[in-house]
Each structure stands twice: as structure tokens, then as C-alpha cells.
Design a protein around this ligand. Structure first.
Ligand code: 1CP
Length: 354
């Protein structure tokens, strides 16, 4: 199946947007920029809208999800919207008992620990019908974004499994990594299931109008290269197979992944998102100089005096020139306490020095 005729990449609205050009490996007239977690907690207009509305409820109400996605685009003039949702939304839509607890993150009604737990999970699936609110929110958003592309996203199977096996956020994902070795058969069924659910979530966003995609394997950095290649990479490739053949770029991002960058590319990514720990010129060398990069302003600088932050942003842009193409972003998400006017100023700076 190809994209519908009304898709922004088919009718041409976003085809030559700076972000889309850079993801294709070209050097557009301006260096594009967006921020991971730009939609959400740092914006007062977001906090107003979310008053009394639960996190997952706000993701599943198309009017709210769309408005929250558009807020940072209007305010900062970033080169992309990122769909307001969460990596656990497809789990909820598939019928998993999961919620997002304020100040905590994803929490499951029951952790997935045994082979029988995995059997029960495999009875659930993400249907087209359940995806309706996501499609509706994406379509509403894309209509208003015009020539600005929307990035669709999903969590990679390992990061999802890290929440499902632990039952909640954890530091080193020990329970998940233990299942990987203690019961590789259950691990493989679990991550295979997660791959299809998250892959369908991503595909649904693309068909509804997203012009690019990002796979978040935020916690992959806790894995050795050998474990990544044997127990994790194949399910990430399976997730991405759901968008293969569609003309959208795939960005693959994780934190603490300097040892994994080529492996993360080889699962089917076009662009590598680099966290703040690895300078972009080093990442480019590790990747053989052939892959567009996204990143990697250290979020810790957002609270520093402007001259310090400005020098850091200029350094990031300069190092990014080594790569075939570069999309500026943070090296991880916007911290909630960030002054939003600082983000707007960074966008103006990056556009002015491109
Ligand atoms: O602006 C955007 O980026 C869009 C919105 C977005 C995205 C891309 C949200 C909204 N979540 C995500 C992805 C996501 N969710 C990731 C990958 C990105 C990353 O590494 O930051 C991860 C790991 C999650 C899981 C999650 N959801 C956490 C982390 C918990 C942990 O393990 O430390 C948390 C706190 C959430 C809740 C959440 N998701 C999004 C928001 C705005 C919030 C906060 C909810 C609230 O304020 O009520």
C-alpha cells in the first residue's frame, strides 16, 4: 500500500521542507531544528490545556492531542511538529492495563514476568478500529501544519519491554535484561509482539499524514552490543518493517548509545539521533560519514546563561557540518522547568547561522 493522494508528501506540501530534505541527506538553505519533548510540560499553554485531564486521555482526545502538537510549532517556529502521544499509547489501545502516573511515567497494572504472562499478552492486538483517535488527531494536525512536516513516532520494542517487564520506570532495566537471558524464548515472543503493536502505531500515523518518523529506543544504551544485536535489533527491524516501502525517513534515537550507533542504523534507520554524550563529529566518524545526524544540544545547557548556551549551540552546529546532513535537536528531551523563551531563541539562532 502506498500513501494516499492527500498525504503531504504526495501532494507536495512537505516534500521540500528543510527537515525532510535534511532527513534525505541534502543540505537545505536553513539548518532545521525541533526539540524532543517540545510538546508538553515546559509550556504554560500546555499546562492550562491539561488541567484535570489525564495524560493518556489527552493523547486519545484528537482535539487536545492536535492542539498540544501545534502549540510549540506556533510558539517557537520549529521546523517540525512531533505528534503528541506517548510510546505506551499503542499498548493501551491494544488492551494492556497501562497508565501514565503523574511525576512517574508509565505504570502497568501487572508486570509481564512469566511465559504465561506473555501468552496472555499475545491474545491482544492493535486493531485498525482502535487506532481511530490517533488517525483523527494526526489528520487534524496535518491540516493545520501546512508546509511544516509532522513527525510520527513510536517506542522500540526493547524500551517498551523495559516498562512492561519492570512494570514501571527503572534505572537499569534489570528485570527486562534478566528475562532476555533467563528465558530468551519468552523474551523473543514479547518483543516480537511489541514490534508489531508499535509498528502498526507508527504506520497508522504515517498513513494519516505524518511526513517522517522517529523510533525511540531511549533505554537501549543499557545493553551491550552483543545483546543488542542478538536480542533487540531483530525486533526493532520488525517494528520498522511496518513502514518499509513508504516514502518516509526513519530517525532512530537512544541515549548512551555510542557503542551501538552502526547497529542501530542497520535495523533500518535513515537518520541517527545522537544523545548529548557523543559529539556529532565523533558520531559521524563512527557511522562512516554516510548518515544524516540529528542532535545534540545538552539539555543541561538550557538553564545556563545565554552566552554559554549560545557557544554550545554554535559548537553543535559546527560539528554537525561534518555529517552529510544535520537536523538540530536536543540530546534528550526538554526538561519541564525549561524557560520556553530560551527554546525560541535557540531556533532563531540556528536559523540565523545556517
Ligand atoms: O513533544 C514530544 O516529544 C511529544 C510527546 C512525547 C513523546 C515523544 C511524550 C509525551 N512522550 C514521548 C515519548 C516517550 N515516552 C519516551 C521516548 C522519549 C524519551 O526518551 O524521552 C519515553 C521513554 C516515554 C515514557 C514516559 N512517558 C516517561 C519516562 C519515564 C521514565 O522511564 O523515566 C514519562 C515521564 C512519560 C509521560 C509523558 N509522556 C509525554 C509527556 C508530556 C509526559 C509527561 C506527562 C505529564 O506531564 O503528565
Amino acid at each position: 500500500m502506498n500513501l494516499p493522494d492527500t498525504h503531504p508528501l504526495v501532494d507536495g506540501r512537505t516534500t521540500n521542507a528543510p527537515l525532510i530534505q535534511a532527513f534525505r541527506g541534502e543540505r537545505p538553505g536553513i539548518t532545521p531544528i525541533w526539540f524532543m519533548r517540545q510538546a508538553g510540560r515546559s509550556l504554560p499553554e500546555y499546562r492550562d490545556l491539561r488541567q484535570g485531564v489525564g495524560m493518556l486521555e489527552s493523547c486519545l482526545r484528537p482535539d487536545l492531542a492536535s492542539e498540544i502538537t501545534l502549540q510549540p510549532v506556533r510558539r517557537h517556529g520549529v521546523d517540525a511538529g512531533i505528534f503528541f502521544s506517548d510510546i505506551v499509547v499503542p499498548l493501551r489501545l491494544a488492551g494492556v492495563d497501562v497508565d501514565i502516573a503523574p511525576g512517574v511515567g508509565p505504570v502497568l497494572g501487572a508486570a509481564v514476568r512469566t511465559s504465561q504472562d506473555v501468552d496472555r499478552l499475545l491474545e491482544k492486538e492493535l486493531t485498525d478500529e482502535a487506532m481511530a483517535p490517533v488517525r483523527e488527531a494526526v489528520a487534524l494536525t496535518v491540516d493545520q501544519l501546512g508546509t511544516t512536516p509532522l513527525i510520527g513516532f513510536a517506542g522500540a520494542p526493547f524500551t517498551l519491554a523495559a516498562y512492561m517487564v519492570e512494570g514501571r520506570p527503572s534505572r537499569d532495566h534489570l528485570a527486562a535484561r534478566t528475562m532476555m537471558h533467563a528465558d530468551p524464548e519468552s523474551w523473543s515472543r514479547l518483543t516480537g509482539w511489541a514490534a508489531d503493536v508499535t509498528g502498526r502505531f507508527l504506520r497508522g500515523q504515517v498513513l494519516a499524514g505524518a511526513s517522517a518518523t522517529q523510533l525511540f529506543d531511549s533505554w537501549a544504551g543499557s545493553l551491550s552490543l552483543a545483546d543488542y544485536e542478538t536480542h533487540v535489533g531483530p525486533s526493532s527491524a520488525r517494528a520498522l518493517s511496518h513502514v518499509h516501502g513508504l516514502p518516509v525517513s526513519v530517525v532512530h534515537f537512544g541515549t548512551g548509545t555510542v557503542h551501538l550507533l552502526p547497529a542501530m542504523r542497520s535495523v533500518g534507520a535513515d537518520v541517527i539521533g545522537v544523545d548529548y554524550r557523543t559529539p556529532l563529529d565523533e558520531a559521524n566518524t563512527l557511522l562512516g560519514g554516510t548518515t544524516p545526524l540529528q542532535g545534540n544540544i545538552d539539555p543541561a545547557y538550557l538553564g545556563a546563561p545565554w552566552p554559554v548556551l549560545e557557544a554550545h549551540v554554535r559548537d553543535v552546529v559546527e560539528r554537525g557540518r561534518s555529517a552529510p546532513a544535520h537536523v538540530v535537536n536536543l540530546g534528550h528531551g526538554v526538561p519541564p522547568e525549561t524557560d520556553p523563551t530560551v527554546l525560541t531563541r535557540i531556533v532563531e539562532l540556528v536559523h540565523s547561522i545556517s
